[in-house]
Design a protein around this ligand. Structure first.
Ligand SMILES: [Zn+2]
Length: 552
């Protein structure tokens, strides 16, 4: 049964038993209207006789000194699929299990960008990392912007597959205003008689960094405004003694959040990949972030009091530079505590067997695909230090996209390639994954664009530096030809490329219409894999196509 006391000082409320007995009665204020002052006195006496309803740690009116609860928060952020990685154990779950044995109340939390960043995550729609987090015993996570990379079906499935709640208080269905896709704004956990509210926030800048279709119908509301409404509710209506924010906003926005919204004890931050080696305080709010990709596990120990007079955080380990158990600072429960906020995760730490068992079958499923030998490279094909000129790899990408989509023009961008390029020797699927490091907005998009827009795009992007390459187009006698005919400014041509390249150079321009943009469809990487399968050995040979457009 959901237990709620809706008065402003619930820890002092002697009516809580009545509320528990009758959930239809929504507030103590309402109850007070139901009883006369005389009956209230009788009721209070009854409550005291029955005992305190707030459980362990509530000294109530017994005269005992207030008891305190030690709560340990373990946290990660921006895992990007790396909770475990083939051959590189991270040991998050091993450490968490060890600390759970040592400490009375432990929560394992994550601040978002989970299902993105490794070939296995891409190929299996984020299922491996979610399975590993389930096995690791995560208690909650925030939704990051990258959860939306591969479209809404995959994001919904990831949320549903998680055995822990995925939180965001500012991502809502645009039509209904309700939490989107199985997200929850917050949860309340009880530990040692204290109530811990945990809420999530997702960067409201997500629409600026996603392809529009992936987030169609989703409203990313202002995160700070959402917190301003929610936090007082958590304190008052949800009777939270501790409020923890899992934020995927970046540290700078977190500072703003802490300064603008009182009542948040701890902000477990994400998105900016910042490794906060020292505690950061803004007023009474502690901000912590661990970097990214499971390099570190964060740990925060809080001492929380809840009695009939007051409730809340008494102290946090390291607060004011005073670390428990050091320099004469007494350590609660007689235990040892860390003297810094981050625990380095190293390859020497064994993986937790349950996490390995959950994760590795996924990796084995994709390994054969990643090991497939597509062709070979006879010499290095560089992608670095080649500004101002066309390169073989840029042309290859553009050719692959055009071949895959049958568009008039295949478009590629040098900046989307890993600078290390391709090395001589076999070219495997895994090498193509390395060549295109990104996983966001990589799906192929086809637009129809007037010739004039194509010329403008090339003039702007390749202004003295070749950033874009074309396939299906060539400059002959200083005239750009599409196929065999000179470009016609008014004719519409189909142009295909990765979503982020189209978004940067063509989307929203006059006369440009999107023809296909399914985020679950093939990515530029898939087009390249298909193109290279059985391709003759690669040589670093360039066919100049655009140079006279770029450098008139
Ligand atoms: Zn992010």
């Amino acid at each position: 049964m959901a237990l709620h006391c809706y008065c402003t000082r619930p820890s002092r409320c002697h009516l809580v038993i009545i509320v528990r007995c009758n959930p239809a009665v929504r507030s103590c204020k309402r109850i007070m209207r139901l009883f006369s002052a005389k009956s209230l006195i009788a009721l209070t006496t009854l409550t005291l006789l029955l005992g305190s309803a707030t459980g362990e740690g509530d000294a109530g009116s017994t005269g005992k000194p207030p008891e305190a609860t030690v709560l340990t928060l373990l946290h990660t952020n921006d895992l990007h699929g790396s909770i475990i990685y083939p051959g590189e154990p991270r040991g998050i779950a091993t450490l968490a299990r060890r600390i759970r044995k040592e400490m009375p109340h432990v929560l394992l939390l994550d601040s978002g960008d989970i299902i993105h960043g490794t070939p296995a995550e891409k190929l299996l729609e984020g299922r491996p990392v979610i399975a590993a987090m389930n096995a690791a015993g995560y208690d909650a996570a925030a939704a990051g912007n990258h959860e939306f990379d591969w479209g809404q079906r995959i994001a919904r499935n990831a949320i549903a597959a998680a055995a822990f709640p995925i939180l965001s208080a500012n991502v809502v269905d645009a039509a209904s205003g309700e939490p989107w896709g199985g997200l929850q704004p917050f949860i309340v956990q009880e530990a040692g008689g204290v109530r811990i509210a945990i809420f999530g926030l997702t960067t409201h800048r997500t629409p600026e960094i996603q392809w529009p279709r992936t987030i169609e119908g989703i409203d990313f509301r202002d995160a700070i405004e959402a917190a301003r409404v929610l936090v007082p509710r958590l304190r008052e209506f949800e009777r939270a003694d501790v409020v923890v924010a899992l934020t995927h906003l970046g540290v700078e926005t977190d500072r703003e959040l802490a300064a603008s919204v009182p009542g948040i004890d701890v902000i477990l931050s994400g998105h900016s990949h910042t490794r906060l080696e020292q505690q950061v305080w803004v007023g009474k709010t502690l901000i912590a972030q661990t970097g990214s990709a499971a390099g570190h596990l964060g740990r925060i120990d809080l001492l929380i009091r809840r009695d009939d007079k007051d409730s809340g955080v008494i102290a946090i380990n390291g607060q004011g530079g005073r670390w428990w158990g050091r320099d004469g600072v007494s350590a609660p429960l007689g235990r040892e505590y860390p003297t810094q906020p981050l625990i380095a995760l190293t390859a020497s730490e064994e993986d937790d067997p349950a996490v390995s068992a959950a994760y590795h079958p996924f990796v084995e499923r994709v390994q054969r695909h990643l090991d497939e030998e597509l062709t070979s490279a006879l010499e290095p094909l560089p992608a670095d230090g080649v500004e101002h000129e066309e390169i073989a790899l840029g042309q290859l990408q553009a050719d692959a996209v055009r071949a895959f989509t049958n568009a008039d023009i295949g478009l590629s961008a040098l900046y989307s390639l890993n600078p290390s390029g391709l090395s001589p020797g076999p070219v495997r699927v895994s090498d193509v994954y390395e060549l295109f490091g990104g996983y966001t907005r990589q799906h192929l998009v086809v637009v129809r664009a007037p010739g004039a827009r194509i010329t403008e795009m090339l003039d702007a992007a390749n202004d003295g530096v070749v950033r874009l390459h074309l396939s299906g187009a060539q400059v002959r006698d200083d005239v750009l030809h599409i196929g065999d005919a000179p470009l016609d400014a008014n004719q519409r041509y189909t142009v295909a490329s990765a979503a982020h390249i189209i978004q940067e150079h063509l989307l929203g321009k006059e006369g440009v219409a999107v023809m296909s943009d399914n985020p679950e469809a093939a990515a530029i990487r898939d087009a390249t894999i298909a193109y290279l399968r059985g391709h003759p050995p690669l040589e670093n040979v360039v066919r100049p196509q655009l140079t006279s457009v770029a450098v008139p």
